[in-house]
Design a protein around this ligand. Structure first.
Ligand code: ADP
Ligand code: 5GP
Length: 210
C-alpha cells in the first residue's frame, strides 16, 4: 500500500463503542482542514439523521460481500452482527488530496490497516472509567440490551489497546481532540517521514560550487 509522495498518513481511531470515536473525529475535522473523514461502508441499517455517503455508504450484504471478494476493501470486520469495511478508494482519495484520512474503525480493522499501511498512526481512545462509558452509551440513547452487548465486546477491545501507537483518555472532549491533533502534528515531523527534505538539502549542499 505504501506509495511515496503523500504528505500525510492515515490516522486510525479505535475505542470501545461509546468511547468517543465519532465526536473526536468531528472535533478534528472542525479544528483543521487537513483532517478528512474517509467514509466506510456498512450493512447495518441507517440510524435517524445519518446520510448515505456522509456517515457511511449503506450497502446490502450482497454488495458488501462482492466488494470484499473484489479486493475493494482495505479491511473489514463484523461488529455486533453487521459488516463494516473501508473502501481502499476512500482512503487513497483523501491521501491524494494531501490530507489525513481519519478512520474510526474497530480494533481488528485497526490491526489490518497497520499491517497493510505501516505508516498509519493508530490511536486508542479510552473513557476515564467504566461508569462514564456506561453513562455515555445510555446518553447516546442505546437500549439497555445494546449497552450490555457493547460492554461485553469492550472486554476484548481494551485488551488490544497495548498494540496501538498512542493512548488518549477521553475525559474532557476538547482536551482529547487537542491531544489527537498533537499526535498528528508530531507524527508529521518524524525524520523517517521527511527524509526527502534532508536529501534535497543534501543535494543542494553537495552540488554547490564554493
Ligand atoms: P463511538 O463513536 O466511539 O461509539 P461516540 O463518539 O458516539 O462514541 O460517543 C458516545 C457518546 O458519548 C456520545 O453521545 C458522545 O456525545 C458522548 N461523548 C463522547 N466523548 C465525550 C466526552 N469527552 N465528554 C462528554 N460526552 C462525550
Ligand atoms: P456503529 O454501528 O456504532 O456506527 O459502529 C460500530 C462499530 O463498527 C464501531 O466500533 C466502529 O468504529 C466500527 N466501524 C465502523 N466502520 C468500520 C469500518 O469500516 N471497518 C471496521 N473494521 N470497523 C468499523
Amino acid at each position: 500500500m505504501r506509495k511515496a509522495g503523500y504528505k500525510y498518513f492515515p490516522m486510525v481511531l479505535s475505542a470501545p463503542s461509546g468511547g468517543g470515536k465519532t465526536v473526536v473525529r468531528s472535533g478534528l475535522l472542525k479544528l483543521n482542514k487537513k483532517f478528512a473523514f474517509s467514509v466506510t461502508c456498512t450493512t447495518r441499517p441507517r440510524r435517524p439523521g445519518e446520510k448515505d455517503g456522509k456517515d457511511y455508504y449503506f450497502v446490502t450484504e450482497e454488495r458488501f460481500l462482492k466488494l470484499r471478494a473484489d479486493g475493494k476493501l482495505l479491511e473489514w470486520a463484523k461488529v455486533h452482527g453487521n459488516y463494516y469495511g473501508t473502501p481502499v478508494k476512500s482512503v487513497m482519495a483523501v491521501l491524494e488530496q494531501g490530507r489525513i484520512p481519519v478512520m474510526t474503525i474497530d480494533v481488528k480493522g485497526a490491526r489490518s490497516v497497520k499491517k497493510l499501511f505501516p505508516e498509519a498512526v493508530t490511536v486508542f481512545l479510552l473513557p476515564p472509567d467504566l461508569k462514564t462509558l456506561v453513562q455515555r452509551l445510555r446518553g447516546r440513547g442505546e437500549a439497555p440490551e445494546n449497552v450490555a452487548v457493547r460492554l461485553e465486546t469492550a472486554r476484548s477491545e481494551i485488551k488490544a489497546a497495548s498494540s496501538f501507537d498512542y493512548l488518549v483518555i477521553n475525559d474532557r472532549l476538547p482536551e482529547a481532540i487537542r491531544e489527537v491533533a498533537a499526535i498528528a502534528e508530531l507524527e508529521t515531523l518524524k525524520t523517517e517521514r521527511n527524509l526527502d527534505k534532508v536529501k534535497r538539502f543534501g543535494s543542494q549542499l553537495y552540488g554547490k560550487v564554493l
